[in-house]
Design a protein around this ligand. Structure first.
Ligand SMILES: [Zn+2]
Length: 241
């Protein structure tokens, strides 16, 4: 689904937004400098929201140039290279698929865990990434963590398809769901249409990241552990199988 909000936000068409399983693509270099390019379209995910950037290669003629980091700067998605490619060059991009898939699985797990802990009343989540969620203050206990672990693995087993859709600010402001309204505070006003990522029945958030198609793809938890810090700060670290 193409959406106008991405045009306001990016100078390139972010192909990964519509198809997070796209591994290869053709594009043209629209901006270039020493050791970087900006493309008219890209499937490379730029580092953001705790999800690391993709790596891979850009092929043109007989050359292969490594992409070692991708970052959004202003509206541009910068591809940092081990070499130079001039403006106007047609390139074929190939993403290192294994790390991307691993990141998508862990990032989708982060969504699911966030939803499950929210439901359990774990307290405000102050930080999360691909291996950890922090809550402060929190009355989270070992019992709750064990319960969430079982729920998580049950949902993976049930292989529930993720729902990704766009909603306008107005639609969300009219929502009765506190969670949906709470997103709006954190989001730049210029973004009117928001990309919502839902694991039906379990988790819902605004996100431009890349996700698996269904919960079965995430895989079960190999480990989930609760640690307690100062001032009722609780941290949950997790690892997938
Ligand atoms: Zn996400």
């Amino acid at each position: 689904m193409r959406d106008k909000s991405t045009e306001d936000y990016f100078s390139s068409t972010p192909l990964y937004v519509d198809d997070s399983h796209l591994r290869e693509f053709d594009a043209e270099v629209i901006k270039a400098g020493p050791r970087y390019v900006v493309l008219d379209r890209t499937a490379f995910y730029p580092e953001s929201g705790g999800q690391p950037s993709d790596t891979g290669v850009l092929l043109h003629e007989d050359r292969e140039v490594e992409v070692h980091k991708v970052m959004k700067r202003g509206r541009d998605i910068f591809h940092y290279l081990r070499g130079d490619i001039p403006v106007g060059t047609s390139v074929h991009g190939v993403i290192d698929w294994e790390p991307r898939l691993f990141n998508m699985r862990r990032h989708s797990a982060e969504h699911l865990l966030t939803g499950l802990f929210e439901w359990e009343g774990a307290g405000p989540k102050v930080y999360s990434d691909l291996t950890r969620l922090d809550f402060k203050p929190s009355g989270l206990t070992q019992d709750v963590v064990r319960r969430v672990e079982a729920e998580f693995n049950g949902i993976v087993e049930a292989d529930i398809p993720l729902r990704i859709y766009y909603a306008s600010r107005d639609e969300l402001e009219g929502e009765e769901d506190e969670r949906k309204r709470a997103f709006l505070v954190k989001i730049p006003r210029a973004l009117d249409r928001l990309r919502m990522v839902e694991i039906p029945g379990h988790a819902l958030t605004f996100c431009f990241g890349t996700h698996v198609r269904s919960t079965g793809e995430i895989g079960c938890l190999a480990e989930i552990e609760l640690t307690e810090g100062k001032k009722r700060r609780k941290s949950v670290s997790f690892l997938l199988e």
